[in-house]
Write a protein that binds this ligand. Structure first.
Ligand code: TXA
Ligand code: MG
Length: 345
């Protein structure tokens, strides 16, 4: 069931759902999450089974504010503190050493915990309602909502309430907060080693993070020796974010050549033709009706915002192949390039 997340009674219903150990679809500024009480091992178990996600893949825990960090984390290095001050609330997840005995299931058994304070007003209102005990001393405080992206394991992340419903069906309660403003998942920085290490690129760029930390943020592969021991991050598996159709990255001239080579050839297949979708910044000459074409914005943030919705739309139209123009080289495209390379893997 989808409720208007901006209505006060929906927030109350969502908080009630989380308190009683059930799952809730919730909006954030990045993508929609499938949330549950981070401190309830049973509720967390429901997330893993609903998503078909292996239980040793840690989840991100969403918190109301910086003050909630100490409930989950045992220590916060100075550089992590500076990142929190600079980018919370916002699309930045920090991996911190986990307090023993807290949120072990959400952490997938790791001795670290991923924490993020989302800026979306509906997520904020929900986290606030979960933290309050509404005058009843018997009511337990919920300190955090564990929420991976609300999609089946390995599939494209949802950026609307309807996407979430199409993944989990009508029984799931979902707070509708509109289409996500950013559209791809948060930047993840590992703060459990003695230096910050970027695990997943996102809207907060490595350069921006370096400015607020005042120190170098390492890339994972610059940290090769440690990587063998690092937790497996499902968002970092090579083939994550895969639509059903096969994705290929090409430059604009390769795409035009491929389209020209197909020419009218597709006609021979009639209505049963294998459909191809093209997503490019360049204007391509497309004649066949069996080629779906969509323009990629020339702006990286706009492309991120619509990327997963576009991939979902292509899947829904039954496309077999998706040809995507390789993103430009600039660092502002790092996060989009990362998701596209995984979709193509
Ligand atoms: O934008 C986002 O971060 C979205 C929204 C819903 O907030 N959430 C999200 O969660 O992307 P999820 O579970 O799909 O991605 C979590 C990623 C995984 O790749 C996981 O491995 C990594 O964060 N992660 C979480 N806790 C970790 C930990 N303790 N150590 C290492 N990686 C961790
Ligand atoms: Mg995910």
């Amino acid at each position: 069931m989808i409720l208007d997340g901006h209505a006060q009674q929906s927030i109350a219903a969502g908080a009630q759902c989380i308190r009683s150990g059930e799952l809730l679809g919730l909006p954030t500024e990045t993508v929609y999450g499938l949330g549950a009480d981070a401190d309830s091992a049973d509720a967390i178990g429901h997330i893993f089974s609903a998503k078909g996600r292996p239980a040793d893949h840690p989840l991100i825990v969403h918190v109301l504010d910086a003050a909630s960090v100490n409930h989950f984390a045992s220590t916060v290095p100075d550089f992590a503190d500076r990142l929190i001050k600079g980018y919370w609330p916002g699309p930045l997840t920090l991996i911190l050493p986990r307090r023993q005995g807290v949120a072990a299931a959400a952490a997938g058994g790791q001795d670290s915990i991923g924490l993020r304070c989302p800026s979306h007003p509906v997520a904020q209102a929900l986290l606030k309602a979960c933290r309050q005990t509404e005058g009843s001393a018997a009511q337990r405080v919920v300190w955090g909502i564990a929420a991976p992206s609300a999609n089946q394991f390995g599939r494209v992340s949802p950026t609307t309430a309807q996407h979430v419903q199409s993944e989990f069906g009508a029984d799931l309660l979902i707070l509708d907060g509109g289409p996500c403003e950013l559209g791809i998942e948060s930047t993840i920085i590992d703060c459990t080693r003695n230096v910050p290490v970027l695990l997943r690129p996102g809207a907060v760029t490595r350069e921006q993070a370096q400015v607020v930390c005042g120190q170098k943020v390492f890339l994972s592969d610059e940290w090769v020796a440690a990587e063998a021991a690092a937790p497996r991050a499902s968002g970092t598996l090579a083939s994550h974010y895969a639509p059903h159709a096969k994705v290929r990255l090409m430059n604009a001239s390769e795409m035009q050549i491929a389209i020209d080579l197909l020419g009218d050839g597709l006609k021979a297949y009639g209505d049963a033709a294998p459909t191809i979708a093209v997503y490019s910044r360049a204007h391509l000459k497309v004649k066949s009706k069996q080629l779906l074409s969509r323009r990629m914005p020339t702006d990286a943030a706009q492309t991120a915002q619509q990327l997963f919705a576009v991939l979902r739309e292509f899947d829904q139209r039954g496309v077999k192949l998706i040809w995507i123009e390789t993103p430009p080289d600039g660092i502002e495209w790092d996060a989009v390039r990362d998701r596209l390379q995984r979709a193509a893997a």
